[in-house]
Design a protein around this ligand. Structure first.
Ligand SMILES: [Zn+2]
Length: 318
């Protein structure tokens, strides 16, 4: 294991992006991602997923090779939108949002595990489309063994925000206006979606707006700038109406970092309340214990980066 310890030491001294998630100017997320790779290596965790679209394939493979972790490249269609029926927005809009989200987020990923049969199974599932046609938060949660309570709440929270925005567009007199780049995209998507589902270009435009506006990640920031400029009024309404939900999501994220800094998932409200024996509390205890015992420097690096990460996000938010 001395070789692994060496890899860890070097990574702490000069870290690079392996988490795919920004954490202010700190390396908090990258350190936690490294811990999770080490947990996989020590068979304390089944799998870890690296999003190569964001992280870059070379970096994902570099760290896997250094840690001698078996890996495989997944071609998956990452669909963030949950497949659930909405009480407040029309069924065809829900369906269209899901198709749009799917078209916009085709992410590649590398999954690593010490159990090659687990990797093979996930490969089969993502490629054949038998077990899951699409790969989203739910599948991610199952692969990474997130507690179900946290996964369900996370999906619900994000979807609630989408629902609020869909309702606003539904009630508004304003029509969604398209900037040239988005218009081009909608035309392209319409060809595909009209044929397969019968969705009109207008519905696709609304779905795209509702899907991309509240979460810049869904659009790519540059695209969103054009879109929001053309729909300032609606965009402003979205912001006001979703403020509380987003604040809630943010607070939960910050509280998770404070209470359970060794987790990669966002803990749900019930897990955050019960810091003794909730699924997240117990998971954090195991991960932190392992880290402190095996890689004390990484343990300190993670703890040391928490405050700076929260402060950076608070600055971003204000
Ligand atoms: Zn939970």
């Amino acid at each position: 294991m001395t070789q692994t310890k060496d890899v860890v030491k070097k990574f702490i001294a000069s870290p690079y992006n392996i988490s795919g998630i920004a954490s202010g100017n700190t390396n908090y997320r990258n350190f936690v991602a490294l811990l999770h790779l080490l947990l996989v290596k020590h068979k304390k965790k089944k799998c870890f997923v690296l999003f190569t679209e964001i992280v870059g394939l070379d970096k994902s493979l570099k760290i896997c090779k250094k840690l001698k972790l078996p890996w495989n490249n997944l071609k998956m269609e990452y669909m963030e939108a949950p497949t659930r029926v909405s009480a407040t927005i029309p069924e065809d809009l829900v369906g269209c949002i899901m198709e749009v989200s799917n078209l916009r987020t085709k992410w590649d990923a590398v999954v690593c595990s010490m159990d090659k049969s687990v990797i093979a199974k996930i490969m089969r599932q993502t490629q054949s489309g038998e077990s899951f046609r699409r790969f989203g938060h739910e599948q991610m949660a199952s692969i990474e063994e997130y507690p179900e309570c946290c996964a369900v709440e996370f999906i619900d929270m994000k979807w609630n925000v989408i629902e609020i925005c869909a309702e606003i567009v539904g009630k508004s007199e304003e029509e969604v206006a398209l900037d040239p780049e988005t218009e081009e995209w909608v035309e392209w998507a319409a060809e595909d979606l009209r044929q397969s589902f019968g969705y009109s270009a207008k519905l696709i435009a609304v779905a795209t707006f509702v899907w991309t506006s509240p979460f810049p990640m869904n659009a790519g920031l540059d695209r969103l700038v054009g879109f929001s400029k053309h729909n300032q009024e609606l965009f402003g309404e979205f912001k006001v109406a979703t403020l509380e939900n987003k604040q809630d999501m943010w607070n939960g994220g910050a509280e998770t970092m404070r209470k359970y800094p060794f987790l990669t998932h966002r803990a749900c409200k019930s897990c955050l309340e019960n810091t003794k024996n909730s699924p997240s509390a117990m998971m954090n205890k195991i991960y932190s214990g392992f880290c402190k015992h095996e890689f004390p420097e990484l343990h300190d690096a993670i703890i040391g980066a928490v405050d700076g990460t929260i402060a950076a996000f608070e600055k971003d938010l204000s």
